[in-house]
Design a protein around this ligand. Structure first.
Ligand SMILES: [Zn+2]
Length: 117
């Protein structure tokens, strides 16, 4: 399998050698310039102070008392991966007891594909 990078950017490293050809310094290029760092810090600040931890929207909209009757819930959309995991966990917990079940990871794979006609 190839390890070629398909996306993203990789910093280049500058190598400095002495007169004898020995490596004396390697300096990787900074991955973030100042404006990128400022943008990411601003995003982090927004998430920590302005973003609702429940719905992910801006608190000033979803938590505003004036917005109390502005929203209507739609029909639920089922996540079949979560459903599969919950079903497997229930079956597992009803079987042989395993300590610390919350520490288990549940890998999910797609069933054998059904060919389209
Ligand atoms: Zn919210």
């Amino acid at each position: 399998m190839s390890h070629k990078r398909f996306l993203g950017w990789e910093p280049t490293t500058t190598y400095t050698y002495d007169d004898a050809g020995r490596l004396v310094e390697s300096t990787p290029e900074a991955e973030w310039d100042e404006s990128q760092r400022d943008a990411m810090l601003a995003l982090q600040r927004y998430r920590e102070t302005e973003q609702c931890p429940k719905c992910g929207g801006p608190k000033w909209i979803c938590q505003s008392p004036e917005a109390e009757s502005n929203y209507v819930a739609g029909d639920p959309i089922r996540c079949h991966i979560t459903t599969t995991i919950l079903r497997a966990q229930k079956d597992y917990s009803e079987g042989v007891h395993s300590p610390h079940e919350q520490a288990l990871l549940w890998p999910i794979k797609v069933r054998d594909a059904v060919p389209l006609q």
